[in-house]
Design a protein around this ligand. Structure first.
Ligand SMILES: [Zn+2]
Length: 277
């Protein structure tokens, strides 16, 4: 009996969620200051008027809702991204905590999802995957494999995982090479390696297949949305996205969704095809 088991279950979930959303608010700072030469320290402030945020305005999620998405001082809009990153990180922290109880050291799993939130949002905004995050994920993936090795003493498993991750990355390298970087970027090639290492050799194929399926489904929905927009059946705010089949679509978010489906729930792409169809 540890101290935590005396706390009711829903309170534990709430605490993990609050913790995750606080981390999410830190990730927003990382996302804003990454590659801008700004340090992570220093006061958070409004991007429009420079008003220093008070303690109340730094409360994750609630401050955004309370302020209705506007700066308290100048009333200019705060990007919804800030709220969504906090919400997403809170939800992912709870999910990881529920799934990985006693399987992977929870701190390691939380660090992995925190890094992935930054990768996904950064790629969506800038079409770039920062190398330092890929490197951080590689260290975490090696640590997870080291932990399994220590638990099971199966060194062949780590060798297989390294080979599987290498094959996955090699597959992405070929796509990158033959599409001349149009379908995926070289960052995706690099990202595939640590993610492959984390899901292990049994999961690499499913991770890639699911990433492409989700990517194809979302691309079709976006193209459909644009078709409707051309016919004037979509609200104006969606019309600024101009997409064609050849548009560069950031692929990392799809790779990460594929990764999470396999890493968290061991979803098997072949079984889905065989039994689901
Ligand atoms: Zn302001």
């Amino acid at each position: 009996m540890d101290a935590l088991s005396l706390v009711p279950f829903y309170w534990q979930v709430a605490m993990v969620f609050i913790f995750g959303s606080i981390i999410g608010s830190f990730l927003n700072v990382v996302l804003y200051r990454l590659h801008t030469g700004k340090s992570l320290a220093g006061h958070s402030h409004c991007l429009s008027c420079g008003h220093n945020l008070t303690a109340l305005e730094l409360v994750p999620l609630l401050s955004y809702v309370g302020l209705r998405g506007r700066c308290f001082s100048c009333r200019s809009y705060i990007p919804a991204r800030y709220f969504l990153v906090e919400l997403l990180t809170g939800c992912l922290f709870v999910t990881v905590w529920l799934v990985f109880v006693g399987v992977v050291p929870i701190l390691l799993a939380w660090l992995v999802v925190a890094a992935l939130v930054v990768v996904a949002v950064y790629d969506l905004r800038h079409f770039i995957i920062p190398d330092e995050l890929v490197l951080a994920l590689l260290v975490l993936a090696l640590a997870q494999n080291g932990y399994y090795l220590w638990l099971t003493n199966k060194s062949w498993l780590v060798v297989y995982n390294l080979l599987g991750a290498g094959l996955g990355a090699a597959f992405f390298f070929l796509i990158w090479h033959f599409s001349k970087g149009k379908w995926i970027g070289f960052g995706d090639v690099k990202l595939a390696f640590p993610l492959g290492l984390l899901v292990g050799y049994v999961g690499v194929f499913s991770m890639i297949a699911l990433a492409f399926w989700v990517g194809a489904a979302v691309s079709l929905l976006l193209l459909l949305g644009q078709h409707l927009a051309k016919r004037g059946q979509l609200p104006l705010r969606f019309r600024r996205y101009q997409l064609t089949m050849k548009s560069a679509v950031p692929f990392a978010p799809f790779l990460i969704i594929g990764f999470l489906l396999v890493w968290l729930w061991q979803i098997d792409a072949i079984a889905l095809l065989t039994y689901g169809g």
